[in-house]
Design a protein around this ligand. Structure first.
Ligand code: CU
Length: 117
């Protein structure tokens, strides 16, 4: 009985960690463009650090054929772009103020964050 309780607690801890605490690795863009892979339900990388006050180019490579992965939205900038399958698509974003900006697919299954500092 004790073991089951411990396992239950461990499982709860894992779920809390995964949904609320875990932060994917950040990638810093110092110069030029960054490539974001779109596959298996995630953007890789999904957290991108950018410099404030400078436009940025983000290049997407979509590997996921599902329609869900076909569009990327940067709602803070009213940017909505179609992503062709197995081809690079560069998206130029305007100079940004410091802050965090989300990007996602239309149904928010794919999600990423721009960390502008
Ligand atoms: Cu989606």
């Amino acid at each position: 009985m004790m073991i089951i309780n411990i396992l239950g607690l461990l499982l709860i801890g894992l779920i809390v960690w995964w949904f609320w605490l875990y932060k994917p690795r950040e990638v810093i863009v110092s110069e030029g463009a960054i490539t974001v892979m779109v596959e298996d339900g995630t953007y890789q990388p999904s957290r991108i650090k950018l410099a404030a006050g400078e436009p940025a180019t983000i290049r997407f490579m979509r590997k996921d054929a599902s329609p869900c992965a076909g569009t990327v939205l940067f709602s803070d900038f009213d940017v909505s772009e179609e992503l062709p399958l197995n081809q690079f698509k560069s998206i130029v974003l305007p100079a940004m103020e410091k802050g965090e900006y989300a990007f996602s697919c239309q149904m928010q299954m794919y999600r990423g964050t721009l960390l502008v500092e």
